[in-house]
Design a binder for this molecule. Sequence first.
Ligand code: SPV
Ligand code: MN
Length: 621
Amino acid sequence: MLEKVRGRLGEEGYRKLSEIRNKRLHRLIEEYIELCNPSKVFVCDDSPRCEEYIREQAIRKGEERKLSIKGHTVHFDGYNDQARDKRGTMFLIPKDIESDSSLNAIDRDEGLREIRGIIENIMEGKELIIKFFCLGPVDSEFSIPAAQLTDSAYVAHSEGLLYRPGYEQFRKIGESERFFFLVHSAGELEKGVSKNIDGRRVYIDMKENIVYSANTQYGGNTIGLKKLSMRLAIHLASHEGWLTEHMLVMGAHGPNDRVTYLLGAFPSMCGKTSTSMMPGETIVGDDIAYLRKMDGELRAVNVERGVFGVIGGINSRDDPIIYQVLTHPGEIIFSNILVNETGEAYWVGKNGRIPTKGFNHSGEWFLGKLDSEGVEIPPSHPNARFTFDMKLLPNIDSRIDDPQGVEVGGIIYGGRDSHTSVPVMEAFNWEHGILIMGASLESETTAATLGKSGVRKLDPMSNHDFLSIPLSRYIWNYLDFGKGLRYVPKIFAVNYFLRDFEGNPLTDKVAKRVWLKWMELRVHEDVEAIKTPVGLIPRYEDLKPLFKKVVNQGFKEEAYAEIFTIRVPENLSRIERVKEFYREKVLNTPEALLKALEEQEKRLEKAREEYGYYITPEKFI
Ligand code: SPV
Ligand code: MN
């Protein structure tokens, strides 16, 4: 094996691959080198020398440019390649396999033929990088080894910051075929960006655990270990009896040095990263978690070890920790921001004033510049991001690499919802939380995916974009997961985006730090809560001292009454939309879900009869 490509691998590459004794891996590597046809191949092991080579290549090939602060670089994606391409991302589903119209699918044979056609010779004249990773902590029940093939040094560099190295892990697994295999090519480049956007494809083959990504550079379409592997992992988890989730993992710090681990599922660009990095708390992960039941306990790990976060709106007041890191030396890749002539990085929402000219994802930029469709180009793209290893963070949790994961005290679901949900509430129990807060989660679309922003959509568990199994099965898995646990985590819903009836935001950005502390206290039942038709909400007398202590702010009773008012009409119409979605779009919706929705509806109607349409919290005391 590997003989056919030995010349391109060179002696060192050949030796590194031979030291991994895995026939399936060798067969796949040989096959895709032959198909993509790069002129040479660089094989990485886990050494710092390999990271150094990749960093240099990213600069040499123009995929990244150095910025003025030491260690900082900037990468630009093409003007129309700034977000996840939901339309071009498809599951390859064999004819005889159970599917669901909620999955964007293509017949496997047809899809394979198409993608193989697209990637044939796509790396001609280029260098292929082969790099190995481990998803989740190494040497753990959670670990999944993954091999990435890419012709982009930016992608390889990003992955080096975002994931745990896995060359040694591959050497340990012997002939095991349980690993992911990811093939990416940015395709032909023009001015450093992917040119053939029409041929942009992300095809996911769960049968072989392979993902193909072509003619794109944006991280969400190309960083194979991230959302591409996540789709494979959701499928694998469903077969093996665990869960793969779009969730942060954090240590919430309570009284007397108590640390309570919480998970949080938020759709992209809805506050997940900033929640995970709140001052005073510790971060385990900000985007993807694996959850397992171990000895009757729900435990979770961060699949990653770095952050690919949204940069827009980060300033020293609202996100002091990230801001500090982003403005000091350290290895950081900025993407799709604005750079001035001296190499300083700017983004919308950064402290101070943003320059009126510079360089951004549209090339030379000046204030008022329009694109070919007459739309004004903002200085930084709304989906502009930063990438760094979490070791740069002062508040990293000491258990980030714990092979047993952390024990989960609570799960938070959050959406971008300007007019329905209160800022924080607790579910009555696991089923109510999973079905009404998780499976019925609605959010307004954002710039993280291509297409219109601000459209309200159902996004079950904030994971809808990544589901590789039928939605009904996914919900069943969850319901099962709550069984047989010694401690069943509490479930919460938060909404950072609530507005008044004139459209003004009702909560300050820092208020989320208070909601978090309240949830931590609730996990231990240190404070009581008020039972409403939609869930348990905080009492004023518990929030007031928390506002003082956590953010040093006053909190007026009238403000409390306004933001915790139960909006009955909005809640009822949400239930209608959710029911319609599940009735029309989903096969085999669990009865339990429809029943839970009906019960919630009845509770709301009853309250409406008694108290009217908009009910302030004291009515429920
Ligand atoms: C998200 O969009 O949810 C992200 C970034 O975390 S991406 O890599 O695009 O998925
Ligand atoms: Mn995400």
